[in-house]
Design a protein around this ligand. Structure first.
Ligand code: SF4
Ligand code: SF4
Ligand code: FES
Length: 357
């Protein structure tokens, strides 16, 4: 088949940048990486890109196709070639480009190192016996353990674009991989670190990392689990944590998000007073509903019932988020395909809820 590609070429030494177009003959089974190989072998040996395994496991071949991060060895080219579309290939975002499709992964590794990517059991002596961990316990961090460090999530991260110091989705998913490990002995210390500046609460919840991760790690979900674990441990000094707590409180009491109370509850009275002028401006334009009496939803009983149910089930912390993931997967795939009895179990022996609940 004939495959066309447009590739953004870049030379960091000269600063030259140009969009080069190639058309090559490739076998029907070719993936994007195969096509790049053909270009390099037969058409232009100066093209630079990274690769190793060619089987979606080493994480070397992250790049962008039509502006979204992909693994080049995962993208089949036949449907694209048959549609006549010529995709634009470029280097990943949020990382400095070295040459063509090769980025400097240094900042990525710095952040992975910053979350202490190894197990710290909290003691130095070597145990005499092997410590057995059940499959059920490990299921809680199964998704986060799938990360191949490709950087596709980082490439698409909204928050990193505005704050390059933000720890970012890959490092935070790695953080939960250890916070959620039953053998880890420094969970609280880790959570305190991850709640710091540029930590979990700086995520804008755009979900691009979930969407682009080629391995199903769902880093945004890992960040939500870290937030829930932090609140469970009483680490809730950050405005993000206060914000999340107010969402729950407001939904439970009135069935609505009471935005007028969000600022004082999240930022405190002093900060709220400083913003009085802004609030008055909004009120004059009719954009602030009167806070008293609070508007209560007709079916607020349902919201309260849901709150009570979750409370009774004791699914605090990451357990509640994992339960949510499981419910979503069941909605998506249906009972017969999505029963997933091997998915993370929170309460040993407890049956998963029926599909759709
Ligand atoms: S959800 Fe958060 S971590 Fe993920 S891409 Fe968006 S801002 Fe980044
Ligand atoms: S979380 Fe997914 S996208 Fe991000 S580095 Fe790991 S495997 Fe790649
Ligand atoms: S070459 Fe290893 S993941 Fe693509």
């Amino acid at each position: 088949m004939q495959v066309g590609l447009k590739i953004w070429r870049y030379d960091s030494r000269s600063g030259d940048r140009k969009l080069a177009e190639y058309e090559v003959d490739a076998p029907e089974w070719a993936c994007l990486l195969d096509v790049l190989d053909i270009i390099k072998d037969k058409h232009d040996g100066t093209l630079a890109f990274r690769k190793s395994c060619r089987m979606m496991i080493c994480g070397s071949c992250g790049m962008r196709m039509d502006g979204r991060a992909v693994l080049a060895c995962k993208e089949r080219m036949q449907p694209i070639a048959e549609s006549g579309h010529v995709p634009v290939i470029s280097a990943m975002g949020n990382l400095p480009i070295v040459k063509d499709l090769v980025v400097d992964m240094g900042p990525f590794w710095d952040k992975i190192r910053a979350v202490k990517p190894w197990l710290d059991p909290g003691y130095d002596e070597i145990a005499e016996k092997e410590r057995i961990v059940s499959q059920q316990q490990m299921n809680a961090i199964q998704k986060e353990s799938l990360c191949i460090m490709c950087g596709c999530c980082v490439s698409e991260c909204n928050s990193m674009e505005s704050d390059p110091a933000f720890l970012g989705p890959a490092a935070l998913a790695k953080g939960f991989r250890f916070v959620g490990d039953p053998r880890e002995g420094q969970q609280v210390e880790r959570l305190v670190e991850l709640n710091g500046e540029h930590g979990i609460w700086d995520c804008t919840r755009c979900y691009f990392c979930n969407e682009r991760c080629p391995k199903g790690v769902d880093p945004r979900d890992a960040i939500a689990k870290l937030g829930a674990e932090s609140i469970k441990e009483g680490i809730d000094h950050d405005m993000g944590a206060k914000h999340a707590k107010w969402f729950v409180r407001s939904a439970m009491t009135t069935g609505w998000l009471r935005e007028t109370e969000l600022v004082p509850k999240t930022q405190g009275i002093v900060s709220a007073i400083k913003q009085t002028g802004f609030a008055l401006g909004l009120a004059v334009k009719g954009k602030v509903p009167p806070p008293f009496p609070p508007h209560v939803a007709d079916k607020v009983g349902e919201a309260r019932g849901l709150y009570e149910l979750v409370k009774r089930q004791g699914r605090r912390g990451a357990a509640g988020i994992i339960q949510g993931e499981r419910a979503l997967s069941r909605l998506e795939f249906g009972e017969e395909h999505g029963a997933r009895r091997d998915s993370p179990e929170i309460t040993p022996g407890e049956e998963p809820p029926a599909a759709g609940h």
